[in-house]
Ligand binder design. Structure first.
Ligand SMILES: NC(=O)c1ccc[n+]([C@@H]2O[C@H](COP(=O)([O-])OP(=O)(O)OC[C@H]3O[C@@H](n4cnc5c(N)ncnc54)[C@H](O)[C@@H]3O)[C@@H](O)[C@H]2O)c1
Ligand SMILES: [Zn+2]
Ligand SMILES: [Zn+2]
Length: 377
């Protein structure tokens, strides 16, 4: 279609397509249709690799195939559809896997953020029920309203946050998922208090961001837990006061933590995505006044069994998507805070690779060597 007198064409570009589960990405030429009404087409400048993308590859998260995943990115608006008012071509933006429509009841509640337009069930299409991607004559699905492992993508306007032009794309892309999710879990969802004791299970990019949030909230003791001891050095650098591996414990981890802290764990966070560690984290916080937050994505269609006595005695168990932030309102503010040096993203970025090396980026995740790999275009 044409908008404001400017013809908007189909774009041919490169994308990393997943044709089926448990297969590597295939770099393909795809066609990206023009944005329809209330949609925005953007050119991706940089995109991070998050464990959630791998959950799709492994089938732990439901998705239709073929699909273009990727959800942690920075881009620039290339064209807009009819009726788009909040961004224009040339604006620097962050795609939002959690939209903010500002109309649904979660958006209208001051404490809500899980917008009804988020694609939690893996429909893999935009709001009108269709896709904007075609490859080899076949439609290719979207992922969580984002799909950033491509040179160009199309998003609903409610999934786009305009950010300051000065923001460095290869860093602030982490504000699109990992950093904000972890940091918000501590400062917004748990509301960590000064002087408190915190425990963080899982020291990947999201877990390290939880540690940063606990530290900035004034926690005095932050204990990092991971099976991979290579993660400890980074965790200490971003604010952990001590780290331990469950492999080195002969007793249940909850008991070990209770002894270490004199039974004073105020907050615990599960940032792995495993049922066992969700219960371990719950059991690790104080039996009466402790709060435990589920941040790791639970494997789909799995049920959890736990002793309800863990809750009966007073613990609070909660979860959050995207750190509890209202995405379109809060992402631009987080970018401004980053530019004002209120937090550091460099420590989370261990590798920067050209987009075409995406499979190498995932190998670095699997081998435990990377925290965040950022792909540049
Ligand atoms: N709630 C949200 O909105 C949201 C957003 C982003 C990511 N996530 C989820 O958060 C989780 C973490 O993401 P990430 O990118 O940091 O992942 P990651 O894979 O980089 O980090 C996970 C860490 O957990 C460790 N680990 C694995 N099994 C363990 C065990 N049994 N005990 C202790 N440590 C163990 C790994 O060694 C690794 O360091 C994932 O499940 C991801 O899907 C959720
Ligand atoms: Zn993510
Ligand atoms: Zn909404």
């Amino acid at each position: 279609g044409a908008f404001q007198g400017r013809p908007v064409q189909v774009i041919k570009c490169k994308a990393a397509v997943l044709w089926e589960q448990n297969k590597p990405f295939s770099i393909e030429e795809i066609e990206v249709a023009p944005p329809k009404a209330k949609e925005v087409r953007i050119k991706i400048l940089a995109t991070g690799i998050c464990r959630t993308d791998d959950h799709v590859i492994k089938g732990a998260m439901v998705s239709k195939f073929p699909v273009i995943v990727g959800h942690e990115a920075t881009g620039v608006v290339e064209s807009i559809g009819e009726g788009v008012t909040t961004v224009k071509p040339g604006d620097k933006v962050i795609p939002l896997f959690l939209p903010q429509c500002r109309e649904c009841n979660a958006c209208r509640n001051p404490d809500g953020n899980l917008c009804i337009r988020s694609d939690v069930t893996g429909r893999g299409v935009l709001a009108d029920g269709t896709t904007r991607f075609t490859c080899r004559g076949r439609p290719v699905h979207h992922f969580m309203n984002t799909s950033t492992f491509t040179e160009y993508t199309v998003l609903d306007e409610s999934s786009v946050a305009k950010i300051e032009a000065a923001a460095p794309p290869e860093k602030v892309c982490l504000i699109g998922c990992g950093f904000s999710t972890g940091y918000g879990a501590a400062v917004k969802t748990a509301k960590v208090t000064p002087g408190s004791t915190c425990v963080v299970f899982g020291l990947g990019g999201v877990g390290l961001s939880v540690i940063m949030g606990c530290k900035s909230a004034g926690a005095s003791r932050i204990i990092g837990i991971d099976l991979n001891k290579d993660k400890f050095e980074k965790a200490m650098a971003v604010g952990a006061t001590e780290c331990l591996s469950p492999k080195d414990c002969t007793k249940p981890i909850g008991e070990v933590l209770s002894e270490m802290t004199g039974n004073t764990v105020n907050y615990s966070f599960e940032v792995i995505g495993r049922l066992e560690t969700m219960v371990d984290a719950l059991a690790s916080c104080h039996m009466n006044y402790g709060t435990s937050v589920v941040v790791g994505a639970p494997p789909s269609a799995k049920m959890l069994t736990y002793d309800p006595m863990l809750l009966f005695t007073g613990r609070t168990w909660k979860g959050c998507v995207f750190g509890g932030w209202k995405s379109r309102d809060d992402v631009p503010k987080l970018v401004t805070d980053f530019l004002a040096k209120k937090f550091d993203l460099d420590q989370l970025i261990t590798h920067v690779l050209p987009f075409k090396d995406i499979n190498k980026g995932f190998e670095l995740l699997y081998s435990g060597q990377s925290i965040r790999t950022v792909l540049t275009f």
